[in-house]
Design a protein around this ligand. Structure first.
Ligand SMILES: [Zn+2]
Ligand SMILES: [Zn+2]
Length: 178
């Protein structure tokens, strides 16, 4: 069974990130033969069998395994609805440590991927990204500024996750370890 893949409003490119791959499976939740598999994993007691992207998107996989896809913190500004969708209907973001999932305009932001400045030079130089990097830097040390964060992102000594507001388009960053 094929057809268009489901939409993930809080994860921009789950195929590019390898969370969803072309693979013939029989989904352990819906029982359907699928040509795409979700291979991003879920935080749950029981290890799931094969999962299809559709059962991730509609929340059936999370419901079946009473699990969630993210190990993340959220602010109280983010709508409960969007937090639930990120936790239970969004492919897992690969992290080293639990991350803060940014929000803006009262909604969780969409995950764009790991920021590698040399691969997205315009983005890394954009004023909203630099402002975010500056704020993160100041949280670490008074001696640090945006450039230090972007250098760490480039060298891989820190993982910097890039997000974007679904409403106004502003970029947000979230720091992770290595
Ligand atoms: Zn399924
Ligand atoms: Zn916004």
């Amino acid at each position: 069974m094929s057809g268009a893949l489901p939409q993930f409003p809080y994860y921009a490119d789950p195929i590019g990130d390898g969370r969803i791959v072309r693979q013939d499976i029989t989904c352990g939740v819906c029982g359907l033969a699928r040509t795409w598999a979700y291979v991003g994993g879920i935080y749950a007691q029981e290890k799931p069998e094969a999962l299809c992207p559709w059962c991730v998107a509609d929340g059936q996989a999370a419901a079946r395994y009473d699990g969630q896809f993210q190990d993340a913190d959220f602010s109280e500004e983010a709508s409960a609805e969007s937090v639930l969708a990120v936790l239970r209907q969004t492919p897992r973001v690969v992290i080293w440590n639990p991350i803060f999932w940014p929000d803006h305009c009262h909604e969780c932001c969409v995950y764009l991927g790991v920021l590698i400045p040399s691969e997205s030079p315009e983005l890394a130089a954009a004023s909203d990204v630099v402002a975010e990097a500056q704020a993160l830097a100041r949280n670490i040390s008074k001696q640090w500024d945006a450039e230090d964060i972007l250098e760490c992102a480039e060298s891989g000594s820190m993982t910097v996750h890039l997000f974007q507001c679904r409403q106004c388009g502003i970029h947000k960053l979230s720091l992770d370890g290595t």
